[in-house]
Design a protein around this ligand. Structure first.
Ligand code: NA7
Length: 533
């Protein structure tokens, strides 16, 4: 195969799970590749999110690579849901096992990436002044990697440390004998709050919107169960790939309204006791029919009411929006934490935060002194990491300018006016609505197959056409509006970031349908793309 005349065939941004597999697959296909990574190590989201209790909400046996049978058979997870340190160890193991570290430059934060039409290549520059050129550029920068710092006044005035859950100190944080304030009750807050409460002298949780959370029912992984899964891994992976969210499990197609109240309640109870995200699979119309959704909301409210002793606090913890509109949280002892004497919940709807000051958090009604403030306010999701780089395509227009009124992309993989640039799990792909592992593996394989196809044929550029991108984006919006999902304000549609366009970003048409479309595009000679010599 003819090598491109640029230094590398492929420049990869990010050394999370997508970037690691990209590098490995490029090498397998005989493509030269280099990874630039901002952090000092591999792991992406699992490198940064080290807050206490950080844990994956997809079961370990499914939240792992499937591209290598030996890896899949030999790695042993210790728990049903792995905690961050073990997932990070797994990423480090993969990097070593496949000899990937020598292809990664750490502490390389990409500032600019621009396409040179004449040379048909991308040049990246990092904040440290280094540059990298390659024919193709693949952004493996993650969907939840750009921390959202809420616009609260006074960060610098506070006398103690302020820690964002997504930028947690590697040495950990000692909460013993400390008063702690946590702002935010999404997944990061819900996972960390029980741990902080157990260690701290006092904990004040500032909640703007309560979230639905189901118990993980986490436990050590039974080695016999792991062996059974390993003996049948291919079937499990196949079955998962046929699910809307790419997570294996039992998903009923029955209506929640087609059974008696007793039967439905018993099914919710069974799934609650089983734990995890497949709780929502109890009935097929929970995210399609308001009345069906209401039945599950009623069940979860009853659970919160039965767990939380202070009935006023229980009321505050009950979300009033639909269940499943936002990604549900999966917890260990979250609601029960509010029964502790050292924990108090502050409703920011009745007393918004006015500022941070030297001693803590000030609201419109009170002053809450704290030694440590934890910011658990999530991410500028899906587009945040891409928009903070200056990415310029064929015409010189910045990607952030193209996306000013919301993103658009062909298949969440490529954008018109940005030849030879690919995004892994970009907006317009199922990404965050699925188990990210099979989603990113699918993207890595599709992208590297495409690059291999181009190199083999001596082709120089590939670019999504404007019409293919528009048609796909219209389809993304159509399927977003099916059912109840997109009606909820969430980070899926940028609602958590002030001034961000209100556009539903992930593809809600399901993982199987999406994979079929990508397959059809590729086998139809990359339908919707323009290629040039
Ligand atoms: P999320 O899910 O975006 O949660 C962020 C939380 O922070 C949520 O409760 C927000 O309330 C709250 N928030 C955001 N801004 C503010 C301000 N200004 N004041 C008070 N509270 C605020 O992020 P996570 O990190 O927890 O989880 C992200 C994903 O990671 C999760 O979905 C899983 O897939 C894993 P709001 O709802 O906006 O009122």
């Amino acid at each position: 195969m003819k090598k491109s005349d640029t230094e590398y065939d492929v420049a990869i941004v990010g050394a999370g799970f997508a970037g690691l597999y990209l590098l490995h697959r490029c090498r397998q296909l005989g493509l030269t590749a280099r990874v630039w990574e901002k952090a000092t190590g591999v792991g992406g989201v699992w490198f940064w999110n080290r807050y206490p209790g950080a844990r994956c909400d997809v079961e370990s046996m499914q939240y792992c690579y499937q591209f290598d049978t030996d890896l899949q058979q030999q790695w042993n997870w210790s728990e049903r849901y792995s905690a961050q340190p073990e997932i990070l160890q797994y990423a480090q193991h993969v990097a070593k096992r496949f000899d990937l570290l020598n292809g990664i430059d750490f502490e390389h934060q990409v500032e600019n990436a621009s396409f040179d039409s004449e040379k048909a290549h991308w040049t990246l520059s990092a904040t440290n002044g280094n540059t990298l050129s390659a024919r193709y550029c693949v952004m493996a920068t993650g969907c939840l990697s750009q921390p959202n710092w809420p616009a609260i006044e006074g960060y610098d005035d506070f006398n103690g440390p302020v820690h964002h859950t997504a930028l947690w100190p590697h040495e950990g944080v000692d909460f013993h004998n400390k008063s702690v304030a946590v702002i935010g009750t999404g997944s990061s807050g819900i996972q960390s709050i029980p741990h902080i409460a157990a260690d701290a002298k006092a904990l004040t949780v500032f909640q703007r919107t309560p979230n639905y959370s189901v118990p993980a029912q986490n436990a050590p992984l039974d080695p016999k169960l792991a062996d059974t899964i390993k003996a049948n891994y291919a079937q499990l992976r196949q079955s998962a790939s046929e699910k809307h969210n790419a997570i294996d499990g039992h998903y009923s197609t029955q209506s929640a309204l087609s059974v008696s109240d007793e039967e439905r309640w018993a099914e919710y109870e069974r799934r609650w006791n089983h734990g995890g995200l497949t709780f929502l699979g109890a009935y097929g119309d929970l995210l399609r029919k308001q009345e069906s959704n209401d039945t599950m909301v009623e069940f979860v409210h009853a659970k919160i009411n039965s767990i939380v002793k202070d009935k006023q606090v229980a009321q505050l913890l009950m979300p009033r929006n639909i269940i499943g509109g936002k990604r549900m949280c999966v917890d260990t002892n979250y609601y029960a934490t509010y029964n502790r004497d050292n924990v108090q919940l502050i409703d920011l709807n009745s007393q918004p935060i006015t500022r941070l000051n030297t001693t803590g958090v000030q609201t419109t009604q009170s002053q809450f002194d704290a030694d440590i403030i934890v910011i658990a306010t999530g991410f500028d999701a899906m587009t945040g990491a891409l928009n903070q780089m200056d990415i310029r395509g064929r015409s010189g227009t910045a990607l952030s300018a193209k996306w000013q009124d919301g993103p658009s992309s062909y298949l969440g993989l490529a954008m018109h006016d940005f030849p030879n640039l690919f995004t892994v799990t970009g907006p317009g792909s199922p990404s965050v609505l699925t188990n990210m592992m099979p989603s990113l593996e699918h993207h890595v394989e599709w992208i590297t197959d495409c690059i291999f196809h181009m190199q083999e044929r001596n082709l120089a550029t590939i670019e999504a056409t404007a019409s293919a991108e528009q048609a796909w984006w219209q389809h993304v919006q159509e399927v977003a509006n099916v059912g109840l999902k997109s009606a909820t304000k969430s980070w899926y549609s940028g609602a958590n970031i002030k001034g961000k366009a209100n556009v539903f970003m992930p593809y809600n048409g399901g993982f199987p349908q999406y994979c079929k479309k990508c397959h059809d595009v590729a086998t139809n000679n990359y339908d919707g793309f323009l290629k040039s010599k």
